[in-house]
Design a binder for this molecule. Structure first.
Ligand code: SF4
Length: 246
């Protein structure tokens, strides 16, 4: 495992849990708006051994109940299953963040009971994926396979989209909404410059435009429950819906 970071406490990364966050190094995408460039590119960030992580988790038993594994792209790690098995053996629940491009690996982990919650980034409408993930000619069939599996496998999950002025138009939000219609949760998040970006020319949206996009998402997606969380630097819009109750 390449482990590039450990956040010892998070109230946000794993909904409903007191958790820590483990950051794995490397990614197969190069999203220009990526806010963890040093982790993705492996520049200048420190390394943690698995023993350090397990030792930390041993000590926090009873005080934390969850581990969020994020990146980079965690499913790039060859020994991710062993790592998650060990965390499970310590009694923790696991939330996995992934870009969805490794559906076989994702299915294996879920089928073995190693994931309790999965968050998948839906980067953009399918025809805009290539420029949004920084990979020439990339079309998200494999992401779609992960999306389909998650929507039918019975575990908790969310989809989320970081909206960037240079990459997302209103019709893209509509396309994504159609793509994932029927999903349990979709979070729209306006891009915020972390200062650790892959590209320096990215911008977030004004609250006014973001609200327009949220309305589009709500209409396309037939949202029943709608919550806006305002943090100091980030707007999250939680689009929860359940068609079965309609
Ligand atoms: S945003 Fe996620 S998928 Fe994109 S480069 Fe960064 S870590 Fe990889």
């Amino acid at each position: 495992m390449i482990i590039k970071g450990l956040q010892k406490l998070t109230l946000l990364d794993y909904p409903g849990h007191l958790a820590c966050t483990v950051f794995t190094g490397g990614c197969n995408f190069r999203c220009p708006f990526c806010h963890n460039a040093s982790i993705v590119l492996g520049e200048g960030s420190e390394n943690y051994s698995e023993e350090e992580i397990f030792g930390f988790l041993e000590k926090r038993k009873g005080r934390l109940d969850g581990v969020a594994i994020t990146g980079g792209e965690p499913l790039l790690q060859k020994d991710i299953a062993d790592f998650m098995r060990h965390i499970k053996s310590l009694g923790y629940k696991i939330k996995l963040d992934t870009n969805g491009s490794f559906p076989e690996k994702l299915k294996e982990l879920i089928n073995e009971g190693l994931c309790d919650y999965v968050a998948v980034d839906i980067k953009n409408a399918p025809n805009k994926y290539s420029e949004t993930v920084g990979r020439l000619g990339y079309f998200p069939e494999r992401v779609a396979e992960s999306v389909d599996f998650l929507m039918n496998c019975g575990i908790e999950y969310e989809f989320r989209t970081t909206v960037v002025a240079e990459l997302h138009m209103a019709e893209d939000i509509e396309e994504i909404g159609k793509w994932i219609k029927g999903a349990k949760r979709w979070y729209l998040q306006s891009f915020v410059d972390s200062g650790d970006l892959i590209s320096s020319d990215m911008h977030g949206l004004s609250t006014k435009i973001m609200n327009q996009y949220i309305e589009i998402a709500r209409n396309t997606y037939q949202v029943l429950n709608f919550v806006v969380y305002n943090y100091t630097t980030t707007i999250y819009s939680c689009l929860c819906h359940n068609l079965h109750k309609m």
